[in-house]
Design a protein around this ligand. Structure first.
Ligand code: FE2
Ligand code: FE2
Length: 135
């Protein structure tokens, strides 16, 4: 059972970005499955590393679109991305050092952040970029 499912309300009407958001949702579900199956920290660590890497790549896609089209909220939006990257990196370090285990609390944080970010912060650029012909 996925803990989060793609929903058309999440769409920013930019195919490449929607596909990336779908991938991120898949990876959250993958992490949830690993947790439910009580996979060890090695497996969980690998999935989180993949999620972290993919998230960075995705943020770069958005930020390149912002720069290319002069999105006025580029700085604010990029700050949010960077704060999330730092948070995930901190969690990865704690996990590697054996200081924490993947908990439902962490999983919920990742899920809520990504979904909240897509629905509120990403959705804000949609009309701007769509009007520039990005779709
Ligand atoms: Fe996004
Ligand atoms: Fe974003």
């Amino acid at each position: 059972m996925p803990i989060v499912e793609w929903n058309d309300n999440y769409s920013v009407k930019i195919k490449e970005v929607d596909d990336q958001h779908r991938q991120l949702i898949d990876q959250i579900n993958c992490l949830h499955d690993a947790m439910k199956q009580r996979k060890g920290s090695e497996v969980v660590g690998t999935i989180i590393a993949r999620l972290a890497e993919y998230t960075q790549r995705h943020f770069m896609t958005e930020e390149q679109l912002f720069l290319k089209h002069g999105y006025p909220e580029t700085v604010k939006h990029t700050h949010e991305h960077n704060a999330f990257i730092a948070k995930v990196a901190g969690f990865q370090n704690d996990l590697k050092a054996g200081r924490v285990m993947l908990s439902m609390e962490v999983l919920n944080f990742l899920k809520e952040w990504l979904i909240g970010h897509i629905q509120i912060v990403d959705k804000k650029y949609a009309p701007f970029l769509n009007a520039k012909g990005v779709g």
